[in-house]
Design a protein. Sequence first.
Length: 341
Amino acid sequence: MSNVDRRSELARTAGRNTISVHVGEGTRRTLHEDVLDGLTRPSKELPPKHLYDTYGSELFDRICELPEYYPTRTERAILTARADAIVATTGMAELVELGSGTAAKTRVLLDAGRRAGTLRRYVPFDVAEQMVRATAGALAEDYPGLDVHGIVGDFERHLAEIPPPEPGCPRVLAFLGGTIGNFLPGARRFLAELAALLGPDDFLLLGTDLVKDPDVLEAAYDDSAGVTAAFNLNVLTVLNRELGADFPVERFEHVAFFDPERRWIELRLRARRACTVRIPAIDLEVSFLRGEEIRTEISTKFTRQRLAGDYAAAGLELAEWLTDDEALFALTLARRRLPDR
Ligand SMILES: C[S@@+](CC[C@H](N)C(=O)[O-])C[C@H]1O[C@@H](n2cnc3c(N)ncnc32)[C@H](O)[C@@H]1O
């Protein structure tokens, strides 16, 4: 963490509520290194976290409302049906949420925690700074008595910034929205890092999108209104703005397809015409052939068997499998595997 310019800031105090926000400025994004590494590979790629600047985060919110994008409403429906049971099973005193975004669905869990009288602290963790600030502020107002501790950071680098749990306060570590599917080459190493954050009384609450009809999957990532296309293309605007690049955004097009062998969706940006792009901040010139692509996201689709295998490899055990009637999406509770359990 030596290169992290951290500041802990008292953002708001209202009655008994305090929000402290830790901001990892310098390492919030690793854009320079990621772009240099990703665009000089034989198969060009960019990690998905750079899709989420403020505009990208707004576009993602719009995606969540699209008729084709079933994951958000399905996960919300599972949460709505099962939130009280999740709180009863876990005794959730603290909720830590990775990739929390606007925490819209999370409110269902926070409400259940409030009803049960167990919840004391909520820790939203996201790379999008404005989002963390806005979300933390709104929740502190809407949930009087709740301690909200927002963390701006990269969950691939800054998990150590999560404050330790208070003694005797069972923690739920939530990772919703199917974001676990974005990890390449696989989720296991990251799941093992999450396992290390769990005490014996803590649970992981994980949202995973499930394998299904490829047409349904592809429509969810290539909607008729073109919002996902705008979301994907926005990463080029991020590079133009942040690195002084001159990507001709209109010369690239959005591509989304399901890879049946790997069982994941891929998002790509394809050059409609050959072009050369200069990226002054990293002193790089990159040429694209006509039709050449940059992979910008993968989204792995799971089965129960695959997830149980991933959990086992990561030192976790599946405690509850919660799904919808059509088995579109699953929420699971998992615990650290202990020798005596
Ligand atoms: C697919 S959205 C899910 C948002 C929300 N949890 C939901 O279920 O609707 C992914 C979220 O993770 C955040 N994110 C992506 N990569 C991240 C990273 N490496 N570290 C921290 N947050 C990240 C994004 O900013 C975004 O808010």
